[in-house]
Design a protein around this ligand. Structure first.
Ligand code: COI
Length: 363
């Protein structure tokens, strides 16, 4: 009844502004999922004993809705987020839900707030579904009450002034994930401990941190993003490498999309202009030893992060063992492999390229 004033798109800062409405769905062990409701964006009342506050019973998703030039509103591969959200819920003993039904509710929310999707190129509505344990009991146990809510936030391009490659600090004193841990799930508790690693990287003059795992310093993720390296092998074949989904890596939607686009290029299903004719697409471990060796031999082509928020983030150096490993970058920031992949991905997301990855929210 009292819509807020839409902010000018040029002033948007990631995640600071919220649209008029939110979706709320309560769950109790006794009654199951209750009727969903779309309400004004407002505070949540919680018992100070709520399990989310004490034991981090909280998980989330991140996805985006785009407004195409012809007015159509779509979301990008939201089925993947619904699946991952249920996987995260299972890991925290929070209740499972019907992903298609939640998607229908989110569609209603976005249709209602569609004027909040900025029209400018590179802009979108960031969608944040969240599930928390809400019962007020200090016993460590599966929650008997939960709240699933969805809020949305208009966002601009992550890099408003073009792609500026970021320097990374190789983090060896902290880990993000461990075998058997929760790194493969989108849990709130995975993010809070990452902030000190990020702060430490910033203090040393780096934009983000690179999570290095184990004594061999395996590359795992970049800040809150998945990671790709491109190396020429000794036979001159370009290899696109990302760490495998071994339980420590978040199964990113952008990660999966980059792999699928590259594999479609290789198999000839859809060739991408500008990509090298022959590429090897590998989900395999890669460590700092291999990065340094390939760099010394002039075979390191590029390194980039992928995620929903920033899509593709090129990297220009890695602070490691007191020195910097320099990573080549293209003239506009992105390298020869990430650029054509990014172009295709963004073309699909913004509706310039037809794809069944787009889920229509409103025509
Ligand atoms: C993403 O890369 O989309 C993220 O996961 C970032 C988010 C935690 C802000």
């Amino acid at each position: 009844m009292s819509p807020k004033e839409l902010p000018p798109s040029k002033n948007l800062v990631f995640g600071r502004t919220f649209s008029d409405h939110m979706l709320r769905i309560r769950w109790t062990e006794a009654t199951g999922w209750q009727a969903p409701s779309i309400e004004p964006f407002a505070t949540i009342n919680l018992s100070p004993g709520a399990t989310v506050l004490h034991y981090a019973q909280s998980l989330f998703e991140g996805m985006k809705a785009y407004r195409h030039d012809n007015g159509t509103v779509t979301m990008f591969r939201p089925d993947m987020n619904m699946k991952r959200m249920n996987t995260s819920a299972q890991r925290l003993a929070l209740p499972a839900f019907d992903g298609n039904a939640l998607l229908e509710c989110i569609k209603e929310l976005i249709s209602l707030d569609r004027q909040w999707i900025p029209k400018e190129p590179g802009h979108s509505l960031y969608i944040r579904p969240t599930l928390i344990g809400t019962n007020g009991t200090l016993g460590v146990a599966p929650p008997s009450e939960a709240l699933l809510f969805v809020i949305t936030s208009p966002v601009g391009p992550y890099y408003p002034r073009g792609f500026k490659p970021v320097p990374l600090h190789g983090t060896t004193e902290y880990i993000r994930a461990a075998p058997g841990g929760t790194g493969a799930y989108k849990l709130a508790a995975n993010y809070a401990p990452g902030v000190v690693a990020q702060k430490s990287a910033a203090k040393q003059g780096y934009a983000q941190n690179l999570w290095l795992h184990g004594p061999e310093h395996w590359l795992t993720e970049v800040g809150t993003m998945n990671l790709f390296a491109v190396i020429k092998d000794k036979d001159g074949i370009t290899e696109l490498i990302t760490p495998p989904l071994d339980g420590m890596i978040l199964p990113g939607v952008t990660r999966d999309s980059v792999l699928a686009l590259a594999r479609n290029h290789v198999s000839g299903v859809k060739r991408l202009e500008g990509l090298p004719d022959v590429i090897r697409v590998s989900e395999r471990p890669i460590n700092m030893g291999e990065i340094i060796q390939s760099s010394k031999e002039g075979r390191l082509i590029e390194l980039f992060g992928t995620g929903t928020a920033a899509v593709v983030t090129p990297v220009d150096k890695i602070g490691y063992n007191g020195g910097d490993v320099i990573i080549p970058t293209g003239k506009d920031g992105m390298g020869p492999v990430s650029k054509p992949l990014w172009t295709e991905l963004v073309g699909i997301q913004t509706g310039d390229i037809q794809s069944d990855w787009n889920y229509v929210v409103a025509q």
